[in-house]
Design a protein around this ligand. Structure first.
Ligand code: DGT
Ligand code: CA
Ligand code: ZN
Length: 577
């Protein structure tokens, strides 16, 4: 029953726990499990239907991993993980999210000072109790304290990155919908609005048998602890301490419930006010007449908006920031509009995990009209491509172009923006590429003025058609670089440089809050890309689009919704300017 995604997640937990146990990401067993995660994600069939012998035959899955997969499928648990969780509790694991805290340091903090959580570390730094511990000089203490604040990793305000929560919620919805008692299920709350971090997962299910549904829910392997179990609401915790609230409602009230629990609170308040003005009453059960209680709408969200004479508001826009005052909704970009993917890596890049042939085949199978292969530029150590490698890759691309006449394969590069705004190669060599995206991969600590200058300098390079993952943030792990955002947006519009909206769930970069700042700007153009390093990651286009929608990005400002000719004209316009 567990999906490949769920199994991959279990193995990923094993990777994280083993990293702690071995003290290094490079340890042999850590690498072995890491390979297995990728192998399971890439499996064409269902892993839970494979025998141990079949699993071992899959490249990347060893004997011990195969046994653990079967153990999980058969028992809903892996004994090794249960053991390791006792040694390294979730709160301790969370400490490794703080930049600068590797597994060895975390273990040392516990062994020497008894520090077992981010909260305790924060307190210890404040009390000046970490002096003398190697790696905790005055300067690094300040850095770590600042990172803890910025990442919101402490106290009741602790938030979980979307990359962790979304797969759990999607699996849970699929599991609930597969139950015979459940007619519909939907994750709601901040996750459905596509915030990049969430406090808890809110799920609504429609059923006439709530007691049965709750009983099945608390028995699922994802549930580590039950906080409260009732007929309409049950709250549980995952092993990582993430809270999940499940509400079961009658099928006829499903729309009213998902609307209410999707929020935001501010959006709900405004909807309720609007209802009162119409002598109606809105709550999680439905929209009814204030006198008499006749139900006007409840089954679907669309029914309720319509009854309030409002256009349907997409979940990503429900923040109470003016969306209910609009005459009509903006023509937001949608997944179906996307024709090309302009940020794609293969094993030619050191960190790519699928071959060029496989990446191109996957892009063609998805029906993409054009892609750009953007391997890392030579300045990126280990992962970058020399000019000779670029020349060799060119031959491969030419062969693939003949093999896939329906797909246009652009030859590109992901260039590295140096501290002064310079990029890889030289102008003549750069002119040979069809499309280049330039990104910040180093020097994250420069001042706002320095970062702004370097990004704008890169925009003035005619070969740079787009800026990749603008802030360089890793959600929940590394904050973005300091930037003068209005100045960067103005320069992008002026130079005809597109801003990438990176769909990787760890990045979602440009962040939606920044996109919202650009919603009145007319000249700015975006490109929504997956930054795929594996064939399965083309799927991330959904998340890039969702992030764009949360930032109110319209279809017409996204250049990879354009037919190929118009898209290439955008690239040419900057080069010829
Ligand atoms: P989170 O969990 O902090 O990431 O953000 P949300 O938006 O998921 O907030 P949460 O989980 O507290 O509540 C889920 C939704 O339920 C919220 O977006 C709107 C609705 N809701 C919760 N409390 C209230 C309330 O006091 N008034 C109204 N109108 N709606 C509420
Ligand atoms: Ca929530
Ligand atoms: Zn990059």
């Amino acid at each position: 029953m567990p999906s490949n995604q769920e199994i991959a997640r279990v193995l990923q937990e094993l990777v994280d726990l083993m990293t702690m146990a071995e003290g290094s990401k490079q340890a042999f067993r850590v690498r072995a499990y890491e390979k297995a995660v990728a192998a399971v994600q890439a499996l064409p069939g269902a892993a839970d239907e494979m025998t141990e012998a079949e699993l071992v035959k899959v490249p990347g899955i060893g004997k011990s991993t195969a046994a653990k997969i079967r153990e999980y499928v058969d028992t809903g648990e892996v004994a090794r993980i249960v053991d390791l969780r006792k040694r390294f509790p979730a709160e301790m694991m969370e400490m490794t999210r703080v930049p600068g805290l590797g597994p060895k340091t975390v273990v040392m903090l516990r062994d020497q000072l008894g520090i077992e959580s981010v909260d305790q570390l924060r307190q210890a730094i404040a009390d000046d109790a970490v002096q003398g511990v190697p790696g905790f000089g005055r300067k690094s203490q300040e850095k770590i304290a600042a990172a803890i604040e910025r990442l919101g990793l402490h106290g009741k305000d602790r938030r979980t990155p979307i990359a962790e929560a979304l797969p759990i919620a999607r699996d849970l919805v699929a599991t609930l919908e597969a139950m015979p008692e459940v007619s519909r299920a939907q994750y709601c709350g901040s996750l459905r609005r596509f915030r990049d971090t969430i406090a808890d997962i809110d799920i609504v299910a429609a059923s006439t048998k709530p007691v049965d549904v709750m009983a099945r829910f608390v028995a699922l392997p994802v549930v580590a602890e039950v906080i409260g179990q009732g007929e309409t609401k049950t709250s549980v915790l995952t092993a990582a301490g993430l809270q999940i609230d499940l509400r079961v409602v009658k099928p006829g009230q499903f729309g009213a419930a998902t609307l209410y629990f999707t929020g935001s609170k501010q959006h709900n308040i405004e909807l309720r006010q609007r209802s009162i003005d119409k002598e109606l009453l809105l709550n999680e059960y439905g929209l009814e007449e204030s006198d008499g209680g006749n139900v006007v709408a409840a089954k679907t969200e669309a029914d309720i908006y319509e009854a309030l004479d409002l256009p349907y508001v997409p979940p990503e826009m429900r923040e109470g920031i003016g969306e209910l005052s609009l005459e009509s909704m903006p023509d937001l970009v949608a997944v179906e509009d996307i024709r090309g993917d302009l940020h794609v890596h293969s094993t030619w890049s050191g960190d790519g995990r699928s071959s060029l042939d496989d990446m191109v085949a996957a892009a063609a199978a998805r029906g993409l009209e054009y892609i750009a292969m953007t391997e890392h530029g030579e300045d990126l150590r280990i992962n970058g491509l020399s000019r000779e490698q670029i020349a060799a890759e060119k031959l491969e691309i030419e062969r693939l172009r003949e093999q896939y006449p329906g797909l246009t394969i652009l030859r590109g590069s992901e260039l590295n923006i140096g501290p002064d705004g310079g990029v890889d190669y030289d102008p003549e060599f750069l002119a040979g590429f069809d499309w280049c995206v330039a990104s910040v991969h180093t020097h994250f600590d420069l001042t706002e003025a320095e970062q702004t200058d370097r990004v704008i300098a890169a925009m003035h390079n005619p070969a740079v058609s787009a800026i990749g993952h603008l802030t360089g943030r890793r959600i929940g792990h590394r904050p973005g670089i300091a930037l003068n955002v209005p100045a960067v947006f103005a320069a992008a519009a002026e130079t005809g440089t597109a801003l990438e909206i990176n769909g990787h769930l760890h990045r979602l970069d440009v962040p939606a809050e920044l996109l919202l700042q650009a919603r009145e700007m007319d000249g700015l153009r975006f490109v929504i890309s997956t930054d795929s390093h594996h064939t399965t990651e083309f799927e991330n286009i959904r998340w890039g689009v969702a992030n764009a929608r949360r930032g109110w990005v319209r279809r017409r400002s996204v250049i990879n919704t354009l037919p190929l000719g118009e898209f290439l004209a955008f690239v040419a316009a900057k080069r010829e300017a």
